[in-house]
Design a protein around this ligand. Sequence first.
Ligand SMILES: [Zn+2]
Length: 322
Amino acid sequence: MRKITLFITILVLLGTTFVFSWGFFAHKRVNRLAVFTLPKELIGFYKSNINFITEQAVAPDKRRYSDKEEAPRHYLDADHYDLHHPFDSIPTKWKEAVAKYSEDTLKAYGTVPWRIQERLAQLTQAFKERDSAKILFYSADLGHYVADACVPLHSTENYDGQMSGQKGLHGFWESRLPELFADDYYYWVGKATYISDPLDESFKLLKGSFAALDSVFKFEKELTEKMGKDKKYSFEQRGNKNIQVYSYDFSKAYHEQLDGMVERRMRVAIKAVGSYWYTAWVNAGQPNMKKLVNKSQSDTEKEKAEKDEAAFQNGKALGRVE
Ligand SMILES: [Zn+2]
């Protein structure tokens, strides 16, 4: 927590506007709660490692500080391809999408559904190898990308409201609102279910996100007009700095107008994350989780994680900070 406070302070000193995917808080909660959707064959293993699964939920965001390829893996700017019905035009298969738009374009406007596909395959392989360290690493990572696909502002080029005079909207929706209100959400989402077409499912998650965008933008605009800029922002003490935040009253009014949207998207994310983990396990032939090879993280993986952490502590994300 102290590290995060320090980090925010540094960013404020740098005058950086900063946005994260789902916010650290929500990502951790989604991964953590997804554990409880799992069937009895899996839940014991995940529960014993729930702190790792929780803390590592934010690893892909940290990776953005050391790897410039990372940023676009967290989103898909669907409206770049078609303003209103993008999912009618974007081929779901990577090869077909590359053929239609080029790899450079796809990488510029986001690749989250294919990143999910890649991580799912790696997790499936880890289950086949019964390698507990890899299972944990890829589970936490996969959980992050699946959760990102459930955030409305991860499906648009106007991801921070920067094209509509609503800059800051990204962090507002996915960090500030959950931090203020997520303790009152109802999280029982039922059991994880098998996903027969994982790629198609990722696109469905994005479609749900995209469908919510109208309200996300419209309500913020209306409320800003109604309440005025004075009431929209307030100041909060973070460490030894006073930073500008969306005021509690503005946040509450917006949250109410969204009518449970943040909660619904979080619930969708929790269920989806559990279901992707479960699907990887089923596709790996349902290995007995009591008979895992207890490999610890390899030295190179450990080194890499430490490098990411250091870059994260020091710096500025490479590419889009979303
Ligand atoms: Zn992310």
